[in-house]
Design a protein around this ligand. Structure first.
Ligand code: FNR
Length: 177
């Protein structure tokens, strides 16, 4: 899992933690951090920063990739776009290639990060990540769904996220090589 927000109190991290708690037992989930990745610069690919190398290896070792992201200015947050770019290079050795994916976006706003969700899907098409089409997950009003300890307190959202993860588990199996 990759969380597109770097901040400590991130709603999207709370969503990610809820998804981990609600996932079927067959899925072993973990968050791969992206905040430590230097901004991608192709010049560095001859001698890449250690953080890039370990990130690429971590993604390569995963069977699937699940993105949970906020929307920044109607698009993908820069930190997440950077992680996608880092993982996609060097050319011909993309860590993302063929991994079954899914996208969840969450925002305090009413449209739940729809713009970020779909801009991210545009990159995933190019990266040959089959991204689960349904259920779509635009979590609006997301600041009202968790208590002060980051616990999910909305039953409808809990049911929705649980169903999402059950469908995603099937998607992974159906799209694995
Ligand atoms: C935002 N926010 C935001 N929200 C939204 O629904 N659509 C948007 O386009 C934007 N744009 C935007 C740009 C920038 C630079 C920031 C910092 C924020 C608000 C955003 O949804 C809110 O800060 C969330 O709490 C971010 O998610 P995390 O960090 O809580 O996971």
């Amino acid at each position: 899992m990759i969380v597109g927000s770097l901040r400590k109190g991130s709603i999207n991290r709370e969503v990610a933690n809820a998804l981990i708690a609600l996932a079927p037992a067959a899925l072993r989930l973990g968050i791969v951090e992206i905040g430590q990745l230097p901004i991608y610069n192709q010049d560095e690919d001859v001698s890449p920063p250690a953080a890039w190398t370990s990130f690429r290896e971590r993604i390569k070792s995963a069977d699937a990739v699940l993105f949970v992201t906020p929307e920044h200015n109607r698009s993908v947050p820069a930190a997440l776009k950077n992680a996608i770019d880092v993982g996609s290079r060097p050319y011909g050795a993309s860590a993302w290639n063929g991994k079954p994916g899914a996208v969840v976006s969450a925002s305090p706003g009413a449209i739940g990060g729809f713009g970020a969700n779909h801009h991210l899907r545009q990159s995933l098409v190019f990266l040959n990540v089959p991204a689960m089409p349904q259920p779509e997950a635009y979590i609006g009003g997301a600041d009202k769904l968790f208590d002060a300890d980051g616990k999910l307190v909305n039953d409808d959202t809990r049911k929705f996220l649980q169903g999402f993860m059950q469908t995603y588990a099937k998607w992974i199996i159906a799209n694995s090589n």
